[in-house]
Ligand binder design. Structure first.
Ligand code: PMP
Length: 353
């Protein structure tokens, strides 16, 4: 421990990101990025924003981006005042934990879930109550009651890939009107139902999404939240208390253009879902048991139960997948859906092993 660290920093248990190796080129199926390039319109907007105006601070409110998000979800009643944007949904989630979940009662999240939640709970000194997933990894939202500390869960869940329907989320909201309910929809665009249409009825609902997966912009770092203007105003207060310019000019312009390019977005999501279904079928033929996926990844248990050895053998052959050395999930591999060609190579290597 450094003598200069605070006790808080000493006690932190920071998040370890998935591998981003620089030593060689891998078929990268380990961090759920999109295998397709960003929308050409997004790239053009980023290039156009790289001009002499970079000497000026960007719009602190990122109105162009908020308007593009509001227009995309306009049929659900979303307006600019319902939208918060940040530097990746990880940053948005940090502000959520900091500003919206801090109460006297514990916050609730699933015991198998996005591993950043315990990191933020620790950082912001929130007491957390972990709610176990069922035996078959189902998330039962009926188990989430009697709290006003707040509830957060991903839909689809990560790393299990399984989704719940909007009707189940609505039942949760009806049973928990005093708690902030945060639905982390990082993977919602690959076949799950967004909860955004519920925001006009439930002022305690916040939906968080990202440009890193379905919009191919992980490298730009943009995420957003949609909810009642009161929740959004709370997030703005937190943001303006430590970083009033979270997004640069290029990020605002690129993400807004990506949001407006609906056709490109729809076609890449569709392609990934088609490739996913092919991958699930082939993995099943190889004897894997694969959880039902509504995400751009699958969670699969190898027939011989040798997940860690398989992860290492795949890596040696130039294919990276994700292995979690944690109870209950250490028999599984999380495999991001790549291009058809990448998945064919992966399946070929797997069959050889
Ligand atoms: N939520 C979940 C469930 C995720 O898996 C991720 C990606 N690791 C994120 C949020 C954060 O994504 P980003 O910060 O790239 O928007």
């Amino acid at each position: 421990m450094s003598q200069y660290w605070s006790k808080l920093v000493h006690d932190l248990d920071p998040y370890t990101p998935g591998e981003q190796p620089k030593d060689q080129r891998y078929i990268k199926l380990n961090t759920n990025e999109c295998p397709y390039p960003p929308s050409p319109q997004a790239l053009a907007a980023i290039h156009a924003a790289a001009d002499e105006r970079l000497r000026l601070y960007p719009d602190p409110n990122a109105d162009e981006l908020k308007d593009a998000i509001a227009a995309y979800y306009g049929d659900d009643g979303v307006q600019r005042a319902n939208v918060f944007v940040g530097n990746g949904s990880d940053e948005v989630l940090a502000h959520v934990f900091h500003g919206l979940l801090k109460h006297d009662a514990p916050i609730l999240y699933p015991d198998i879930s996005y591993s950043f939640y315990p990191v933020y709970a620790n950082l912001y000194q929130l007491e957390a109550q972990l709610i176990p997933l069922r035996e078959d990894f189902r998330l039962c939202l009926g188990d989430y009651t009697c709290t006003n500390g707040g509830i957060i869960f991903p839909n689809p869940n990560a790393p299990t890939s399984m989704a719940v329907g909007r009707d189940v989320i609505e039942a949760l909201l009806q049973a928990n009107r005093d708690s902030v309910v945060v639905v982390d929809e990082a993977y919602v665009d690959f076949g799950a139902e967004t909860a955004i249409p519920l925001i006009t009825h439930y002022p305690n609902l916040l939906v968080v999404q990202t440009f890193s997966k379905s919009r191919s912009l992980a490298g730009l770092r943009v995420g957003f939240a949609v909810g009642h203007p009161d929740l959004i105003a709370g997030l703005e207060r937190v943001k303006n208390s430590f970083n009033s310019y979270p997004l640069g000019r290029m990020a605002i312009a690129g993400a807004a253009a990506a949001m407006r390019d609906r056709d490109y977005f729809a076609s890449t999501c569709q392609q990934i879902m088609t490739t996913r279904d092919m991958t699930v079928q082939k993995l099943t033929e190889l004897g894997f048991s694969v959880l039902p996926s509504a995400a751009n990844f699958v969670f699969a248990r190898p027939p011989a139960g040798n997940a860690e050895a398989l992860y290492l053998a795949l890596k040696q052959r130039g294919v990276l997948v994700r292995y979690f050395n944690k109870p209950r999930i250490n028999e599984y591999l999380r495999i991001t859906i790549g291009t058809d060609a990448e998945m064919q190579t992966f399946l070929h290597v797997l069959a050889e092993l």
